[in-house]
Ligand binder design. Structure first.
Ligand code: PEP
Ligand code: MN
Length: 339
């Protein structure tokens, strides 16, 4: 249930409404929006006399929320959420670019790529240490050593890092070392992991599952937020369709859809969507045009020899060329600018 307060409602009026609802066993989240305050009410709201609440001083109207996600719902939080991670902001009209290799392979590899992507304008360094591979015989990532390398390179370059977590037992390790914790597509509905991440204060990048609907994706965000961590950004990375030419189908429409339904920032990963390096630039520009708050792009110094996802990785040179076009597009769209 939502209580929309009148524009200019007094603080005492907001408090009075809140106290009344809390006394009835409800949990109330007060969001001070740009024009008016919105109270998000959680609990068995069917027991609340909505007409009585709507007649209280300062109340504009009372609405019930049909969607199963509440805290991730834009009705609960009309303004865009802006998430801060290691000095970088995601959301609220900026384009934040995260780039780096699919997997951390060595200190030298990661440091070289980090310097290149940073010089081209990337704000966050990506790199997988724990890799979810379809084959048990494929490179599984450097694990804890990979996290150590990411931290070292982060200190050397000043770039915050984003890397994937695969199991609840690693939350403590990630919490202490990682700026943005990525939940991969394959773990979007690992509910134990989501609940554990709800206890962390670190920003979470929640990728959309391979075959999950937008509502299921937002419900996974709701798991994290309802467990106490409001710093969730969503990442569209392509979904499975009947089309097999591309690795996945980038769901561009998910960007405006999610931005309408939710206040959470939306990041787009064109690399895993396309699966081919030569489509990454087009999809990146399309994502910016559709309103994405960020991009996550795989970049490798020697894609042919990459231990994972070489075919979809850009060279640093191609990434720099893409960033120039992204900048032009951001400027053309006026209200956004590349970080
Ligand atoms: C990745 O970012 O390297 C990754 C494995 O992505 P996804 O979970 O989207 O497949
Ligand atoms: Mn990858």
């Amino acid at each position: 249930m939502i209580v929309v307060m009148k524009n200019g409602a007094a603080r005492e009026e907001i408090e009075k409404v809140t106290e009344g609802l809390v006394a009835q066993g409800m949990h109330v989240q007060i969001n001070d929006g740009a024009t008016c305050a919105v109270l998000g009410v959680l609990g068995d709201t069917y027991t609340v006399d909505k007409e009585k609440v709507s007649m209280m001083p300062g109340v504009e109207r009372v609405l019930s929320v049909q969607e199963p996600y509440k805290k991730a719902n834009r009705k609960f939080h009309p303004d865009d959420t802006v998430i801060r991670a290691g000095g970088v902001a995601v959301g609220g009209g900026m384009l934040t670019v995260m780039a780096g290799p699919c997997s951390v392979e060595s200190r030298e590899q990661l440091l070289g790529i980090a310097k290149d992507v940073s010089a081209a304008g990337a704000a966050v360094l990506r790199g997988g240490a724990f890799k979810p591979r379809s084959s048990p015989y494929a490179f599984q990532g450097l694990g804890e050593d990979g996290i150590g390398i990411l931290c070292e390179v982060s200190r050397a370059t000043g770039m915050p890092i984003v890397t994937e977590i695969m199991a609840p037992r690693y939350v403590e390790l990630f919490d202490g070392n990682v700026d943005i914790i990525q939940v991969g597509a394959r773990n979007m509905q690992n509910f134990d992991l989501l609940k554990e991440l709800g206890k962390s204060k670190r920003p979470i990048l929640l990728k959309r599952g391979l075959s999950n609907t937008i509502e299921e994706w937002l419900m996974s965000a709701e798991y994290i937020i309802s467990a106490g961590n409001e710093n969730v950004m969503l990442c569209e990375r392509g979904i499975r369709t009947f089309e097999t030419y591309t690795r996945n189908t980038l769901d561009i429409s998910a960007i405006p859809a999610v931005k309408k339904l939710s206040h959470l920032p939306v990041v787009v990963d064109p690399s895993h969507a396309a699966g081919m390096y030569d489509m990454v630039e087009a999809l990146s520009l399309a994502a910016i045009a559709a309103g994405a708050d960020g991009l996550m792009i795989e970049v490798h110094n020697d894609p042919k020899r990459a231990l994972c996802d070489g075919p979809q990785s850009l060279t640093p040179k191609a990434f720099a060329a893409l960033m120039e076009k992204a900048d032009l597009l951001c400027n053309a769209m006026k209200q956004r600018s590349a970080v």
